[in-house]
Each structure stands twice: as structure tokens, then as C-alpha cells.
Design a protein around this ligand. Structure first.
Ligand code: ADP
Length: 430
């Protein structure tokens, strides 16, 4: 009996303790739920639990919508960024990339373009670029600079740094990188061109001025010397006028202002015309001129312009062959069909030849292998660039091969008009 009494008391105490525990637990949960409902409703009023669950569900749905919208707009931003031609790089205050587009990787030669989270020093090899970003990041200021890089290719890049505060303690630097290579190259080209033209004009002008001055001081007794000086003046002024004509020609060709009168032309007529012009010069310089262009090959082109191109090559060939001190001196101009779509005019000489490292630069304006020699033969350094432009206007190509001391071969390749020779004067629609 006593045992049952003790058991009863123990169980009662245990029950009481459990009751108190669950009561406080329930009270605590209620307090938490009330707190949440207070936050949600933003009012002091209590919200029934059921309603609160609905509110929470609505909140979840809202959050999900907002999250998917945010993801979508981030994705849209990424698409836009990837399609911007300028490089965009966003760096956080620790110098880590937060956003970048593919143009950045292209400009800086970065192969694996997943840069987010990487430190700048790990990805940017160019010291000037690193320095620029680092400085603007530390000072948190706007900045602008121009950087030239050589890898993966020579480029000029204009970099602008814009500091932005996104939220408190979230400072980023936006770096916009613009490729200004073509502008810079054009500037350099213009500068070089002006300096070349001035130099080319200055040389004959100085010579003309010098000889004219000497003549003015002369008593004209030595007729031979006077004649020699006048010849020099005549030669130099002719060279100046050639140079100016070449320059005007080049400018017109470049601006597309040259009028091409396209018609059916037999290549042999061009070669024949050129050979009649250069024959006297070849004879006087002791250079044998061979022509092998008997077959009729028709191209669609401008007769005068094609004559100008072939004349230029043949003139060079004769002059630079005559410069050779000994050995066979001959120039051969030939034309032939090379395949069912193309034909070629070849100007081959046994002259002084061209060093292999000069071949790739030969068609540049004012490029000469040997300046003194070019001047000696009355060259302007513009002939081959004009030839190239004329050939390209005919959808053709020009090739050169040469061996120093042995001779050179220039080949103009043109599309064939038709395998059957059309009647003279037939016009082909452009
Ligand atoms: P240039 O008026 O000086 O001849 P071009 O543009 O016609 O200018 O030629 C450029 C350079 O190419 C020349 O200065 C010369 O050095 C070289 N060259 C051209 N044709 C020949 C050739 N047939 N043989 C050797 N060198 C040549």
C-alpha cells in the first residue's frame, strides 16, 4: 500500500513537471509565431496562426518570383555584357573580379574566361593595366589611360575606371576597355605618310634649289657643266611631278574615286601595248625584252589601269635589271591561263633580286629595298602599292618571288572572263 502511495506521488510530480515543461514550450512557440506575425503584419495586432501560414506561403511565392526575376535580369545583363564590343571588368575592393565579359579575355589573351572570384594579379599579365586598376581601386577615383599590349597581338587599349558604391561596404571599380588599335594605327600611318611625303619632296627640292643657286652664281662659261646642272634640275622636277601624280593616283584609288571603265580585254593587247612603250628604254639600258603572249585570253577590266599596272612592273624589271653589274640582263613578259577560272601576267627578270625579308613589305607605300638605288632609277616607292590596288580592283591578286642577285618574278592573277573569246566591244554587265 505504501509502495503504491509513493508511486502515485512520484507519477504526480512527474506529470506536473511534464505539464509545466510543455506549457512553457508552447508559450515560447506562440511568442515566436507572434513575433513573426508582428514582423509580417507590421502591426501590433495578433494574426491567427492559420492566416499567418497563408501569409508565409504568399511571402515564399513572392520571394521565389523575385528571385527568378533577379536571376533573369542578371542573365539578361550577362547576355548584354557578352555582346558589348568593349571589355567590361568589375573588380571588388579586394581586387577580385566580380563580373567580366568575353571582350576582356579577347583583348588580354585570357584563354579560360571564367574570371569571377579570381584576383586580378592571377589573370592580368600586363603591368600597366594592373597598375592602372590597382591605383584607381586604392584611391577609388575615376581614371583614364591608354595602354599598348603585344600579347596575344599588338593592340592599343583605352581604359576607363569608374568607382561605384553599390551598398554600404560594397565598393567596386568598373573598368571599361576599348580597342582603339585601328585609330592609333591610322594616326601612325598618317604621321608616317606625311613624314615620307615631306621627305620625298624635300630631297628633289633641295637638289633643285642647290643647283639653281649654283647656276645663278655661275658665269655660264662652262656650257657642259651648265647643261649637266640643268639636266639634274629637269630630272629632279620630273621625279617630283611623278611623285605627286602617284600620290594623287593612290588617293583616288583609295577613296574609290578612280573611274574604272570595265570592258572585255585581251591580255595580249595589254602586254603588246606595254612592250611598245618600254622597248626603247630596255634597248638603251642593254636589257633584252622577251614577250610571250600570243594566245587570246580575255579578262573583264579597265585597259588603261591594267596597262598602268603591267607597265609599272615591266619598268621596274628593266630598271632593276640594268642595275646589275654583270651577267644576263633580260626581262620576260608573258601571259597564260593557269586554270579554268584564272589567268596570269608574269613579269620575270634576271636583275638584282630582292632579299627574302623585304618581300612581305614590298607593296607598302614608300617601301624600298635600297633607297639610294630607287632614287637613282627615278622611283617614287609608290609604284607597287598602286599596282596592288589596281589588281585588287579587278578581283585579282599579285604575287612576288625573288632571289637576291638572280632575279625577280611578279605575277598578276586575274579571273578569266570566258574561255571562248567574245567579240570585241561586247559589254558584260557589272
Ligand atoms: P620604286 O618607285 O622605288 O621602284 P616600287 O613601289 O615600284 O617603288 O618598288 C618598291 C621597291 O621594290 C623598289 O624600291 C625596289 O627596291 C623593289 N623592286 C621592285 N621591283 C623590283 C625588281 N624587279 N627587282 C628588284 N627590286 C625591285
Amino acid at each position: 500500500m505504501e509502495f503504491f502511495l509513493i508511486l502515485f506521488v512520484v507519477l504526480s510530480v512527474l506529470f506536473f513537471v511534464l505539464f509545466v515543461f510543455f506549457y512553457f514550450l508552447h508559450k515560447r512557440n506562440l511568442k515566436i509565431l507572434k513575433g513573426i506575425s508582428h514582423i509580417i503584419s507590421d502591426s501590433e495586432e495578433n494574426i491567427p496562426i492559420i492566416k499567418m501560414i497563408d501569409v508565409l506561403k504568399e511571402m515564399k511565392a513572392n520571394l521565389e518570383t523575385r528571385y527568378s526575376e533577379a536571376t533573369k535580369s542578371r542573365e539578361n545583363m550577362r547576355i548584354i555584357l557578352q555582346n558589348v564590343s568593349d571589355g567590361i571588368l568589375i573588380v571588388d575592393s579586394e581586387g577580385k573580379v566580380t563580373i567580366n565579359n568575353s571582350a576582356v579575355c579577347e583583348f588580354l589573351g585570357i584563354e579560360n574566361c571564367v574570371l569571377e572570384g579570381k584576383k586580378l594579379v592571377e589573370i592580368v599579365e600586363n603591368y600597366d593595366m594592373l597598375n592602372f586598376i590597382d591605383k584607381n581601386l586604392k584611391e577609388f577615383t575615376n581614371g583614364s589611360t591608354e595602354i599598348s599590349i603585344v600579347y596575344p597581338q599588338r593592340r592599343y587599349l583605352k581604359c576607363d575606371a569608374i568607382p561605384v558604391i553599390l551598398k554600404e561596404n560594397e565598393h567596386v571599380l568598373i573598368v571599361v576597355i576599348k580597342d582603339i588599335t585601328s585609330e592609333r594605327e591610322l594616326d601612325n600611318f598618317r604621321r608616317e605618310f606625311i613624314s615620307n611625303v615631306s621627305h620625298e619632296l624635300k630631297t628633289p627640292l633641295t637638289s633643285i634649289h642647290g643647283y639653281a643657286e649654283t647656276l645663278l652664281d655661275d658665269d655660264f662659261k662652262d656650257v657642259e657643266t651648265v647643261k649637266h646642272f640643268l639636266e639634274i634640275i629637269e630630272n629632279e622636277s620630273a621625279r617630283m611631278s611623278r611623285l605627286i601624280n602617284d600620290l594623287l593616283d593612290l588617293q583616288k584609288l583609295e577613296e574609290g574615286k578612280t573611274k574604272f571603265e570595265f570592258q572585255n580585254i585581251d591580255l595580249s593587247k595589254i602586254v603588246d601595248y606595254v612592250s611598245r612603250i618600254v622597248k626603247p628604254m630596255a634597248d638603251s639600258l642593254g636589257v633584252e625584252l622577251k614577250i610571250s603572249c600570243n594566245k587570246e585570253i580575255y579578262v573583264y577590266g579597265d585597259f588603261d589601269r591594267l596597262v598602268q599596272a603591267v607597265l609599272n612592273l615591266t619598268d621596274n624589271a628593266i630598271k632593276y635589271t640594268a642595275q646589275k653589274e654583270s651577267g644576263v640582263k633580260s626581262v620576260e613578259v608573258s601571259c597564260e591561263i593557269i586554270n579554268e577560272n584564272e589567268c596570269q601576267i608574269r613579269v620575270k627578270d634576271t636583275g638584282i633580286g630582292i632579299p627574302s625579308d623585304a618581300l612581305s613589305r614590298l607593296f607598302e607605300r614608300f617601301y624600298r629595298v635600297d633607297k639610294a638605288r630607287s632614287r637613282k632609277v627615278g622611283g617614287t616607292g609608290l609604284g607597287l602599292s598602286i599596282v596592288k590596288m589596281i589588281v585588287e580592283a579587278h578581283n585579282g591578286q599579285i604575287k612576288v618571288s625573288s632571289e637576291l642577285g638572280k632575279g625577280s618574278e611578279f605575277t598578276i592573277i586575274l579571273p578569266i572572263l570566258s574561255k571562248v573569246s567574245p567579240k570585241n566591244g561586247d559589254s558584260i554587265p557589272a
